[in-house]
Design a protein around this ligand. Structure first.
Ligand code: SF4
Length: 519
């Protein structure tokens, strides 16, 4: 046996031992009926060609490796941003196990969420009893201040009416009559996780502002000078929200963050498990109606929420996940214009430092070709920053992007010579991206952890920026917004550029004449 108690081999090395290699070889020969190696190689090469790409792009029904998730994932994200709130997903419980593990693997933190555990009988008779018992149990077991209800696709297909079910549950005493149970229908077969975020944020705002589903009078807006801020579905939420608060405080802006899970996804390890931590206070969510304006950092995460807010009489502004100097300038100038607060000296100095860092390093990024995929706003923000750095975002792909997003990307490309050769692909998946990486090669790929398969297949180095990042730790603690965030993204890009230069120049007596100590 290759194992030895003094030097235990895990799977990395164990299966490379001769006994295992021999066993795998035997299994392959005797039982797997595999194709000849030459045939495998022929097909692999064919899948790199333009001819294959044309067939790949002609796909109508099949999706392979999509870069998006279903609505309730975004619903859970939005719900967790409120004080002592538990997301309650009405439907089948497998979905909830998946959402929780998905977030926990990204944030390396617990993610609390419950299900009404509908089964086959509920699919026939409806899930009313599941709602009645589920709300009562959740309320008594986990002592939340608010239960935010969304739906899995099973509950949507059978047509459960959340509004009526919650009302009946209250009548039956599951929770007190005036207890906050905002709700949103979040069908998985419409849009993506970003849509679910939007639906739940809208549901919560509507609940507090428009009379709590008929159980309280509608709020009267008395305008004040504060602003509301909505971050949208954002894998960097922990670092980003903290950075945005720091920016607002440095400018003296009065603000309310609508949806702030930055504490609950970053609780300390000190002997106590905190099921709830931080989040937008419920009275602040209600009082947010009085704000002068609402800022959304991600247009496509708030397509329905912002019009609802605008209907209250507020000004609304949306951005596309601003990264870098120009995008941060635009955001801060708009905040300054709306609030009348000047951009602080501290922020102006930070801007200068980011410009300095860009000037110091631009020789290494100028003209570099990138492919990017991710959520529509993140793609836009990163592409815009790359162009600011003199790099070319050749391929930009959003599985959950639509026509409007594609148009906005094309306008962005047209705004700079670095956008000349660039193209946006809406509604395509990572198998499309794989073809593009072969036929339109780029220097680097920017995306989430799923891009490691593209890196393996095509040899394009992956820079992990996006959601989810499962196979690296703690990136989400760093902001990508603000000038400070721009600096972080710049360093992540440069780190990979330099790693690649070193990797390509470290062969002794062959390429190490360029293995420089100073770069
Ligand atoms: S697609 Fe439907 S079944 Fe799958 S996780 Fe989403 S809601 Fe659940």
């Amino acid at each position: 046996m290759p194992q030895n108690a003094d030097n235990v081999l895990d799977h990395f090395n164990l299966f490379r031992q001769p006994e295992y290699l021999e066993m795998f070889e035997k299994k392959k020969k005797e039982f797997e009926n595999h194709h000849p190696d030459a045939e495998v190689e022929r097909v692999r090469e064919w899948a790199k060609t333009k001819e294959y790409q044309e067939k790949n792009f002609a796909r109508e029904a099949l999706t392979v490796n999509p870069a998006k998730a279903c609505q309730p994932l975004g619903a859970v994200f939005a719900s967790l941003g409120f004080e002592q709130t538990i997301p309650f997903v009405h439907g089948s419980q497998g979905c909830v196990a998946y959402y929780r593990s998905h977030f926990s693997r990204h944030f390396k933190e617990p993610t609390s969420c419950v299900s009404s555990s509908m089964t086959e009988d509920a699919a026939v008779f409806g899930g009313l009893n599941n709602m009645i018992d589920g709300l009562a149990n959740t309320y008594n077991m986990y002592k939340p201040k608010m239960i935010s209800v969304s739906t899995t696709c099973m509950a949507e297909v059978i047509g459960d009416d959340l509004n009526a079910f919650i009302k009946t549950s209250k009548e039956k005493g599951s929770v007190p009559a005036d207890y906050d149970v905002p709700f949103a229908h979040t069908p998985a077969f419409v849009g993506s996780h970003v849509t679910g975020y939007d639906n739940v944020m809208k549901g919560i705002v509507e609940h507090f502002w428009n009379g709590k589903a008929g159980t309280a009078p509608k709020l009267e807006r008395v305008p004040n000078n504060s602003i509301n801020f909505i971050g949208g579905f954002d894998g960097y939420v922990v670092g980003n929200i903290r950075e945005v608060k720091r920016i607002f405080e440095s400018m003296g802006v009065e603000y309310t963050i609508l949806g702030d899970p930055s504490d609950v996804w970053d609780t300390p390890t000190d002997g106590e498990f905190r099921m709830y931590d931080g989040g937008t206070k419920l009275e602040d969510a209600a009082n947010a109606i009085h704000a002068k304006a609402t800022f959304s950092m991600q247009h496509f995460s708030t397509e329905k929420t912002l019009p609802l807010i605008a209907a209250s009489g507020q000004e609304t502004y949306s951005f596309h996940h601003p990264v870098g100097v120009r995008a941060t300038d635009e955001f801060l100038m708009k905040v300054s214009e709306v609030t009348g607060k000047p951009i602080s000296k501290e922020l102006t100095r930070e801007r200068g430092r980011l410009v300095d860092a860009i000037a110091d390093s631009s020789a290494h990024l100028h003209g570099k070709r990138f492919a990017i995929y991710g959520d529509p706003d993140l793609c836009y923000g990163l592409a815009s920053f790359l162009m600011e750095l003199g790099a070319e975002p050749i391929t930009v792909l959003a599985s959950n992007g639509g026509k409007l997003w594609e148009e906005k990307m094309n306008q962005l490309f047209a705004s700079s010579p670095f956008g000349k050769n660039c193209k946006a692909y809406a509604g395509k998946d990572l198998w499309h991206m794989r073809s593009l990486l072969f036929t339109e090669p780029v220097d680097f790929l920017i995306g989430n952890t799923y891009g490691k398969y593209l890196e393996r297949d095509t040899g394009t180095p992956l820079i992990r920026i996006g959601f989810p990042v499962f196979d690296r730790h703690h990136y989400h603690r760093y902001p990508v917004w603000g000038y400070q965030g721009g600096l972080n993204v710049l360093v992540w890009l440069l780190d990979k550029v330099f790693d690649e230069i070193d990797r390509n120049t470290n062969v002794v007596a062959k390429s190490d004449y360029s293995f420089d100590i100073i770069r």
